[in-house]
Design a protein around this ligand. Structure first.
Ligand SMILES: *[C@@H]1O[C@H](CO)[C@@H](O)[C@H](O)[C@H]1NC(C)=O
Ligand SMILES: *[C@@H]1O[C@H](CO)[C@@H](O)[C@H](O)[C@H]1NC(C)=O
Ligand SMILES: *[C@@H]1O[C@H](CO)[C@@H](O)[C@H](O)[C@H]1NC(C)=O
Ligand SMILES: *[C@@H]1O[C@H](CO)[C@@H](O)[C@H](O)[C@H]1NC(C)=O
Ligand SMILES: *[C@@H]1O[C@H](CO)[C@@H](O)[C@H](O)[C@H]1NC(C)=O
Ligand SMILES: *[C@@H]1O[C@H](CO)[C@@H](O)[C@H](O)[C@H]1NC(C)=O
Ligand SMILES: *[C@@H]1O[C@H](CO)[C@@H](O)[C@H](O)[C@H]1NC(C)=O
Ligand SMILES: *[C@@H]1O[C@H](CO)[C@@H](O)[C@H](O)[C@H]1NC(C)=O
Ligand SMILES: *[C@@H]1O[C@H](CO)[C@@H](O)[C@H](O)[C@H]1NC(C)=O
Ligand SMILES: *[C@@H]1O[C@H](CO)[C@@H](O)[C@H](O)[C@H]1NC(C)=O
Ligand SMILES: *[C@@H]1O[C@H](CO)[C@@H](O)[C@H](O)[C@H]1NC(C)=O
Ligand SMILES: *[C@@H]1O[C@H](CO)[C@@H](O)[C@H](O)[C@H]1NC(C)=O
Length: 772
């Protein structure tokens, strides 16, 4: 009998709900609460993602008739059988959370994670305060709205609270204060992007005054205002404080007289100004300090750079000056140092090369000069080195052999000279190489062993000479190659063969002869700039229609070139956005055929054109049209073309032989026109009154024509340059000109105007050139 009783006891103990479901640990009421909770939501999986298969959802395992303690996302107490944990984070379900929701029946919960469940703007219900044992609550990204209920402060056992990214959730001062007072074990409080704008400046410090449990406090983009007080940085156990993106946080950074355990301090994009306090050296546990995008000034305190655990320092986009202190200790743990866009001068301190762990160094856009120390270029872990827009000079040390991890090297906009070091070309991980705008010279090597991952090769604006090596347009990962503005040549027979290359700038070099045929097999090419070279030969523009992705093409300023337009078919150029064919001897241009639906920029200046092909008159999306320095005589056709393009901003028809009156159709040109140049033609008649409709016009040049009659009574109020010089205009100056406040050049010379000197001219502040 005793044995039987013991046995019964064990059964009851282990299977509390055995009365209805003999083998289940789970309680019936909790099981059905979960099932009802599930059924009040809908699933919104992405049908194209295998990961998103409805069968992968945790709730897919929730089935009536099975033990809820075995369901995914559900944790039960192994003894009592009560549900103590529910984790549905990132479950792809949505619905409204009503106060009668059965989830509030799970009163034994210790951990509740409903993050990323879309509660379609439900209010944050006070019943969340009704889980007396709750230790961890994560309701991030739930889109709750309204006030955080005061009842949340009943969660006195709370250790972590995550409510990030509920943008419309508003905190009241008392709620937060009571919560922090009552939840004496609260270690993690992550409230990014909730609305704290009702919390008065300083009140936040009273709230957390001496909260001894807090380890992590994240208040990113909460609308907090006021100054930053040291009390928050000096909380007894604080390790991580994130107050970034609070652009009402102002004033100076506080002096720190405490010793603090803070490891991470993130004040990115606030409004702090003044110096970095020397006493920040008290942050002896700091690993990461981010105060980028503020208004800090003064110099970087040397004691900051010697903090023993600091691995990440970001101070970019401030107003810091002075030099980088030469204090980095040997074997410093520094991994990232970002000082971009300040006013830091001096040279790179020699101790910087003590940072053997450095992975990323960005000193760009400062005033740092001197030579680039070779010891910097041998840091073994460096993956990102950004030194652009400084005053570095001398040669680039030829020591890249050990920088096997380097992925980005940007030395653009400096004064570097000499040859590009040969050891660079062995680097295998390099993705981005940018030496734009220096004084580097000599030829590029013909054969290289590295650069298999190179995507951006930017060597424009240097003094490079010799022949463009094959690899420059053949490496397998290339997307952008800029060799413009050098002294390079090419071999017409070279077989360039990159399939990935999209952007190729070879303009302003010494390229001669024909365009290598292999260029037309660069299948991904979108942007090809070959202007200002010595290209020659006769070739057919239609060949470019082979480049199906071509968006921008410039061949301008190749005066030995002859372009003709023989074609039987109407080729498709309907990707083309910009076509620049200035000074290239267009032959038989009127025979051009093609579909130029997307053309925005067309420059055909300085050819000998006297007729426009139909396919270009009919384009509809031009914004910039330059037909100057040709032999056009009839203005009617060109105005028709301009009227067809309802977004036109800029027309230059100067230096042609246009004659006759300006047709009235000119009044139908896009009224947002900004630039109109009809100068140096033979146009006559009166200046159409409708020019005053172009209220965005900033440049109007009608000089050296035969216009007569009086001036239009109005001009655009924002006109900057008005040139009517060398016509037959007569009468008075319109008074309305006095409203043109931005007028910079006014040239009315060589006409027959008669007026007394206008007094109002004295009030024109921007006027620099006046010719009457
Ligand atoms: C689960 O099944 C039982 C027995 O079939 C039924 O009585 C109960 O209503 C079901 N519960 C839910 C939530 O569907
Ligand atoms: C809640 O669940 C999500 C998704 O699984 C997870 O990313 C997150 O870390 C969890 N929250 C907590 C506080 O553990
Ligand atoms: C819960 O409340 C909502 C709104 O008041 C109501 O539509 C719904 O039927 C209720 N659900 C249950 C199970 O009572
Ligand atoms: C603190 O928590 C306890 C227990 O949950 C609760 O009874 C009490 O009302 C809370 N106090 C405040 C000020 O919220
Ligand atoms: C924050 O809440 C306050 C008070 O409800 C409101 O005026 C403000 O517009 C909210 N701010 C944001 C960014 O939603
Ligand atoms: C913080 O609390 C301590 C002890 O209760 C008190 O002495 C101190 O004045 C408080 N500080 C602030 C800023 O209220
Ligand atoms: C904090 O830093 C200041 C200035 O560097 C120093 O005088 C003070 O002793 C430091 N306090 C502690 C607690 O380390
Ligand atoms: C820093 O800026 C303040 C004005 O915000 C100015 O008074 C101070 O002189 C500046 N300090 C330095 C070192 O430039
Ligand atoms: C670069 O690689 C080539 C071929 O592997 C080798 O001959 C040359 O010594 C290497 N140069 C450097 C500086 O490592
Ligand atoms: C370089 O390319 C190789 C092979 O494609 C790849 O495994 C590696 O991750 C690439 N490195 C970088 C830095 O992209
Ligand atoms: C390249 O320029 C250097 C001077 O920088 C000159 O010595 C050399 O002859 C030039 N080479 C070629 C191929 O023009
Ligand atoms: C030009 O191309 C566009 C876009 O591809 C197309 O809609 C249009 O019909 C084409 N026009 C002609 C004349 O082929």
């Amino acid at each position: 009998m005793g044995w039987l009783l013991l046995c019964m006891h064990l059964l009851i103990f282990h299977f509390p709900s055995f009365s209805s479901s003999f083998n289940f640990l789970c309680h019936d009421d909790e099981s059905s609460a979960l099932l009802q909770f599930k059924s009040s939501f809908t699933i919104y999986t992405n049908p194209y993602s295998a990961y998103d298969e409805p069968s992968h959802l945790k709730t897919a395992t929730w089935k009536n008739g099975s033990d809820c303690c075995s369901w995914n996302g559900v944790t039960c107490d192994t003894i009592s059988g009560h549900v103590i944990g529910l984790n549905l984070g990132r479950e792809r379900i949505k619905g409204t959370l009503h106060p009668n929701s059965t989830i509030f029946h799970l009163t034994h919960l210790q951990k509740l994670n409903l993050s990323y469940i879309y509660f379609s703007d439900s209010p944050f219900h006070f019943k969340f305060g009704g889980f007396p044992s709750l230790r961890h609550l994560d309701l991030s990204y739930c889109y709750f709205k309204g006030e955080v209920p005061i009842q949340i402060s009943h969660l006195s056992k709370l250790e972590s609270l995550h409510l990030s990214f509920n943008d419309d959730l508003v905190w009241k001062e008392t709620t937060l204060k009571r919560l922090v007072q009552n939840a004496t074990n609260l270690r993690e409080l992550v409230l990014d992007q909730t609305n704290m704008s009702l919390i008065r400046p300083n009140s936040i410090y009273l709230t957390f005054n001496q909260s001894s449990s807090l380890v992590t406090l994240n208040l990113q983009q909460t609308g907090l205002s006021g100054k930053l007080k040291k009390s928050l940085l000096c909380l007894p156990n604080i390790q991580e404080l994130d107050m970034s993106y609070n652009n009402n946080l102002k004033g100076q950074l506080p002096e720190l007289s405490c010793s603090t355990s803070l490891k991470i301090l993130d004040l990115y994009e606030c409004q702090f100004k003044g110096p970095i306090p020397v006493s920040f050296s008290n942050l002896t546990h700091l690993t990461s300090l981010i105060i980028s995008k503020n208004n800090l000034n003064g110099s970087i305190p040397s004691s900051l750079l010697t903090l023993p655990h600091l691995t990440h320092l970001s101070l970019y986009d401030n107003d810091l000056s002075g030099q980088i202190p030469n204090v980095f200790p040997q074997s410093n743990r520094f991994q990232e140092l970002h000082l971009r866009n300040n006013k830091i001068g001096g040279e790179i301190p020699s101790s910087l090369s003590n940072l053997q762990q450095l992975t990323s160094l960005d000193l760009s856009v400062n005033k740092i000069g001197g030579e680039i120390p070779s010891s910097l270029l041998t840091l073994p872990q460096l993956t990102v080195l950004h030194l652009s827009s400084n005053s570095f000079s001398g040669q680039i040390p030829d020591v890249f052999g050990r920088m096997t991890e380097l992925q980005l090297l940007n030395l653009a906009h400096n004064n570097l000279q000499g040859q590009i070091p040969s050891s660079l070309f062995n680097l295998t991980q390099l993705v981005e190489l940018d030496f734009y705008n220096n004084k580097l010279e000599g030829p590029l090597p013909n054969k290289i062993t590295g650069f298999q991952n190179l995507t951006y090769l930017i060597l424009g604006y240097n003094l490079l000479n010799g022949t463009i090596p094959l690899w420059c347009l053949s490496l397998p990962s290339l997307i952008t190659v800029d060799l413009s503005n050098n002294r390079l040549t090419w071999h017409v027979d070279d077989a360039f063969s990159s399939n990935s290359l999209e952007v190729l700038y070879l303009n302003n070099n010494m390229l001669q002869g024909e365009i290598p045929k292999s260029i037309f097999s660069l299948a991904s090419l979108r942007d090809l700039q070959l202007h200002s070279n010595n290209l020659s030969g006769l070739f057919n523009i239609q060949i470019f229609s082979k480049l199906q992705n071509l968006v921008s093409l410039s061949l301008s300023q190749n005066s030995q070139l002859s372009l003709n337009f023989e074609s039987n078919v109407s080729d498709s150029f309907n990707q083309l956005f910009s076509l620049e064919l200035s000074s290239v001897n267009l032959i038989k241009f009127h025979k051009l055929q093609g579909n130029f639906t997307n053309l925005n920029i067309l420059d055909l200046s300085n050819n000998k054109l006297n007729g426009m092909p139909k396919c270009l008159i009919e384009t509809g999306h031009l914004q910039f049209l330059n037909l100057s320095q040709n032999l056009f005589t009839s203005i009617d056709q060109l105005i028709e073309m301009a009227v067809n393009n309802e977004y036109l901003l800029d027309i230059d028809l100067s230096f042609n032989s246009l004659n006759g009156d300006i047709p009235l159709a000119v009044c139908n040109i896009n009224s947002h026109l900004e630039f109109l140049n009809l100068g140096h033609n033979n146009l006559s008649g009166i200046i159409p009154q409708c020019f005053s409709n172009f209220q965005s016009l900033r440049f109007l040049d009608l000089q050296m024509n035969k216009f007569h009659g009086t001036l239009p009574s109005n001009f655009s109020k924002i006109i900057y340059i008005l040139n009517l010089n060398g016509n037959l205009l007569e009468g008075l100056l319109p008074k309305s000109l006095s409203h043109c406040k931005y007028l910079n050049i006014l040239n009315l010379g060589s006409n027959r105007l008669e007026d007394k000197f206008p007094d109002w001219l004295q009030t024109m502040q921007d006027l620099e050139v006046l010719n009457m």
